[in-house]
Design a protein around this ligand. Structure first.
Ligand code: UN1
Length: 512
């Protein structure tokens, strides 16, 4: 705790932080409701933020709109330089910010650092992208005409982020949205607002060094009511939301009603298929990290292992052995693999799911339980558990954000793929095999139906260079790499006539 207090001091976190920030201007609305961030590590209060009032929300939107008219005029490569400086700032603060993320969210210190590394990586990506916002040229069917398409920014991009990646997921959205010429309005999870306060401070200082106005990056705080204020506000052109499928459906409905744009990154129910031709020694750490990393609270966490009957017993034994080696405890201690769940509600859904597994007839290879490490005053630590289930169970079709791993048996690859796809979600998937045919079938159109399909690596830990997101109830959005940037821009098709005629398309004659 002395260590975390010096980190909090170095990062300049006040005990009470403003309900909003547009840059150097922010405000503490003393009468506003407060959200106190409590660390799941030891149940200590970290700091508080205010909930934004209606008047302040208007103020923030006004500032953002004004900033947009300036920011969109700055050439994209120069906007890229701002992101480059932000990346360098993050490099400087990686340890401190990573430690805060670990303490506020409860993920292991290594994963806290890893999250900041993802931010640095996306900044690098954004710098390159700032010179590559390419549009196509098209051959016109008319003589002496030229067609092309160009990409323009949208305006205000709203970012609603989840507790499990309190900083990285924001940065994927913000870095691309900003390079594309948009301004951002971020509402972080009310469970992890302090990490967001620090990110906003760091980015604001970079923007100020470039003598840019307030309103390019904006932070507001609140719960679902503020989220719904954003989704219903037609001044926010795009809402990029990460979280549960339930939340995503509410966002999609509200934004669709005003014909706005969304990027949705929702629940996953990710499976690993372990075939008879798998290298079980690599499958084991991949499966265990996928299932217990971030205490099973990644949207890419491995929730289901679909194991060939010939290697089932052998792998089961290895798995149970590996679970005995997992150290659970204070995530700031680098010897621990796994920290706590985020809060009491998460514990409740962990327990409910365990009950549901038992009701359906599942049996536990490693039993789940809640416990309280003696030196820490928190009781949101759990034992990661493994349940043997039948693929027909209902419970395995829902995502529980906890380290509960289902294992099941299969005979043929077709059957394994059918089991893997037979859930409403479609985020990440993987196959462990040294058999080329099996791997290629899994990656083919009749294979995995997920947005992410891996061979011989696990379901979690995607790199920022690829487009990140999934199908079906995962929401269909893509963030981060390849062409995800296009979702933050509007496409405009331009046809230019440099002839002295006015020929019509499709050969239509219109003689005057
Ligand atoms: C999430 O859980 O919302 O692929 C994002 C991964 C990380 C991102 C997860 N790069 O596991």
């Amino acid at each position: 705790t002395t260590k975390i207090h010096s980190v909090i001091e170095r990062l300049g976190i006040s005990p009470i932080n403003p309900s909003w920030s547009t840059g150097k201007n922010d405000d503490i609305n003393v009468s506003s409701k407060k959200i106190t961030s409590v660390s799941p590590v030891d149940m200590q209060d970290i700091a508080s933020v205010g909930v934004i009032s209606d008047d302040d929300f208007e103020k923030v939107i006004r500032t953002a709109k004004a900033a947009y008219t300036i920011w969109r005029d700055i050439p994209a490569p120069q906007r890229g330089q701002v992101l480059r400086d932000f990346g360098d700032t993050l490099r400087k603060h990686k340890k401190d910010l990573g430690t805060l993320v670990s303490y506020e969210m409860g993920k292991s210190l290594q994963e806290g650092y890893g999250e900041v590394q993802e931010m640095i990586d996306i900044c690098d990506f954004a710098v390159g992208l700032s010179r590559q916002l390419y549009g196509l040229t098209i051959h016109s069917e008319r003589p002496n005409h030229r067609m092309y398409e160009q990409w323009h920014p949208l305006g205000i991009v709203g970012i609603i982020s989840a507790f499990n990646f309190p900083v990285a997921v924001w940065s994927w959205n913000a870095a691309l949205a900003l390079v594309c010429g948009n301004v951002c309005l971020w509402k972080p999870s009310e469970k992890t607002p302090i990490s967001a306060v620090v990110c906003q401070k760091l980015l604001s200082s970079v923007l100020q060094n470039h003598e840019l106005p307030d309103g390019i990056s904006n932070l507001i705080h609140g719960g679902a009511e503020i989220g719904s204020k954003m989704t219903n506000d037609s001044r926010i052109a795009l809402i990029s939301a990460t979280g549960s499928t339930k939340m995503g459906k509410a966002v999609a409905t509200a934004v669709a009603a005003r014909l706005g744009k969304t990027i949705l990154e929702l629940g996953g129910n990710n499976a690993m298929i372990i075939t008879a031709d798998a290298d079980l020694d690599t499958a084991l750490p991949a499966a265990v990290f996928g299932a217990v990393g971030t205490a099973g609270q990644r949207c890419t966490s491995t929730r289901r292992l679909i194991i060939h009957e010939d290697v089932y017993e052998e792998f089961k034994k290895k798995l149970v052995g590996a679970y005995k080696q997992i150290n659970i405890g204070n995530p700031l201690d680098e010897n621990n693999h796994m920290g706590p769940l985020i809060d009491k509600d998460a514990i409740q859904s962990y327990l409910n799911t365990i009950e549901a597994i038992k009701t359906e007839g599942g049996s536990f290879l490693v039993e789940g339980k809640v416990f309280k490490p003696t030196e820490l005053g928190s009781d949101t630590y759990v034992q990661p558990c493994i349940a043997e289930v039948d693929p027909s169970f209902d419970i395995i079709k829902t995502e529980t954000f906890a380290p509960i791993l289902y294992i099941m048996k299969y005979k043929t690859l077709d059957e394994a793929i059918q089991i893997q796809n037979n859930v409403p979600q479609g985020l990440s998937s993987s196959i462990m095999t040294l058999n080329l045919r099996e791997a290629e079938v899994f990656l083919s159109h009749k294979g995995s139906d997920c947005g992410i399909a891996n061979v011989n690596i696990g379901t979690s830990g995607a790199e920022i260079g690829g487009a990140f997101g999934g199908e079906k109830e995962t929401g269909g959005g893509r963030e981060s790499g390849t062409e995800s940037w296009k979702a933050y821009m509007r496409r405009q098709t331009n046809t230019i006539n440099y002839s002295k005629e006015i020929p019509l398309a499709q050969g239509i004659k219109f003689d005057l």
